[in-house]
Design a protein around this ligand. Structure first.
Ligand code: PLP
Ligand code: COI
Length: 345
């Protein structure tokens, strides 16, 4: 069981979702066909060839997962294996080498041990965010996969992704820009997808919305996802409805919420969700590791604002799902699905 000694003196409850340098980060290198043992480094800079493929040709994929302190002092990480497997999926799509699941798991334990004093205390609402990053570092001037890769892992304490935490935000359906195409890499957690989404996100924020909601890029008829989170809607008949689309990231939070919703007696529907159906939901939410569940106050589509929450407060469905998910993550509720893993210091 972990007891944090000399916890860093930070305003944990006031943390935003931003980067803060911590004590150490890890770097594993793939060279000559194999991964090394990884090294722990205190500097948060890297030295790269100016011809590295991550810089020129976007061979860069990443992950995001959170570590929580439980009331009794246990240190819990949520669904490491799913994140490890998704990194492999993302890497395969960009012709990159990915670390084995066991290396990924060991790296998460190791980065937490090295930065345990930054673990936000139970009750602060914050968590330790782990960001594994895989980059092509081998030099290439012609377009082809690198012959060397670095798997970097950093940890940084974070608060909520959307400014207000578990309180509603407004979304706007983006029609001018597409995020990803069906046979492209929208289902990979590739850095380039986020660069491609910045125009829409910046524009949405400037117009007073929390995030842009993308449509499928073929017909602009179905909901895809938000810039940094999946979408779900709740119907009057107590169905949890979430888009099935080849161009969205397979959110591990969404996977977990589907199981939780089923446990709570909801019908779970993963299917194409026509944009016209937005008006029929009684509640809607954004879900992801960083976003957790962010209830959507309203969604503006083609000039019309569909309002879900009139009093600015989260609705009962999102609240129940949020409390159950975070209850499991912080160890307050039984982990019936075996999603959390204890980390020993
Ligand atoms: N969709 C996108 C585009 C994301 O960046 C994220 C964040 O990771 C998600 C969905 C949610 O995925 P997860 O729940 O695995 O964090
Ligand atoms: C996460 O939720 O872990 C993410 O990676 C979203 C991020 C792009 C802010």
């Amino acid at each position: 069981m972990g007891t944090i000694k000399d916890r860093a003196d930070l305003d944990y409850a006031g943390l935003a979702f931003s980067y803060r340098k911590t004590d150490a980060n890890l770097r594993y290198t793939w060279r000559d066909g194999k991964w090394d043992e990884g090294v722990e480094t205190t500097s948060d800079s890297i030295s790269l060839s100016i011809a590295a493929t991550c810089l020129h040709y976007g061979q860069a994929v990443f992950e995001g997962l959170k570590v929580y302190e439980a009331k009794d002092g246990r240190i819990l990480c949520f669904r490491i294996e799913e994140n490890a497997k998704r990194l492999q999926h993302s890497a395969a799509k960009l012709m990159m080498q990915a670390p084995p699941v066991e290396t990924f798991r060991e790296a998460v334990h190791r980065i937490v041990r090295a930065n345990a004093r930054f673990l936000p205390p139970y009750g602060s609402g914050a968590s330790l965010y782990i960001r594994p990053l895989l980059i092509g570092t081998g030099p290439r001037i012609g377009v082809k996969p690198a012959d060397e890769y670095v798997f970097l892992v950093l940890a940084t304490p974070v608060g909520p992704y959307f400014k207000q935490g578990f309180s509603p935000t407004k979304a706007i359906v983006e029609e001018e820009f597409d995020r990803a195409a069906p046979h492209g890499v929208g289902d990979a957690k590739a850095g380039g997808n986020y660069a491609a989404g910045m125009r829409a996100t910046v524009r949405a924020r400037e117009a007073g919305y929390g995030e842009a909601l993308y449509l499928d890029s073929v017909e602009h008829r179905y909901i895809d996802e938000l810039g940094a989170a999946n979408f779900f809607g709740i119907t009057q008949q107590k169905a949890y409805v979430t888009p099935k689309s080849p161009s969205i990231l397979r959110s591990i939070t969404n996977l977990s919420l589907r199981a939780i919703a089923a446990d709570l007696g909801y019908t779970v529907e993963e299917r194409p969700v026509p944009v016209d159906e937005l008006e029929q939901f009684v509640e809607a939410g954004a879900c992801g590791t960083a976003a957790v569940i962010t209830p959507l106050e309203s969604i503006t589509v083609r000039g019309k604002e569909i309002v879900y929450l009139k009093d600015g407060k989260p609705g009962p469905h999102c609240t129940k799902l949020y409390e159950t998910l975070t209850g499991i993550q912080y160890g307050d509720l039984p982990d019936r699905h075996g999603w959390t893993e204890g980390i020993d210091l």
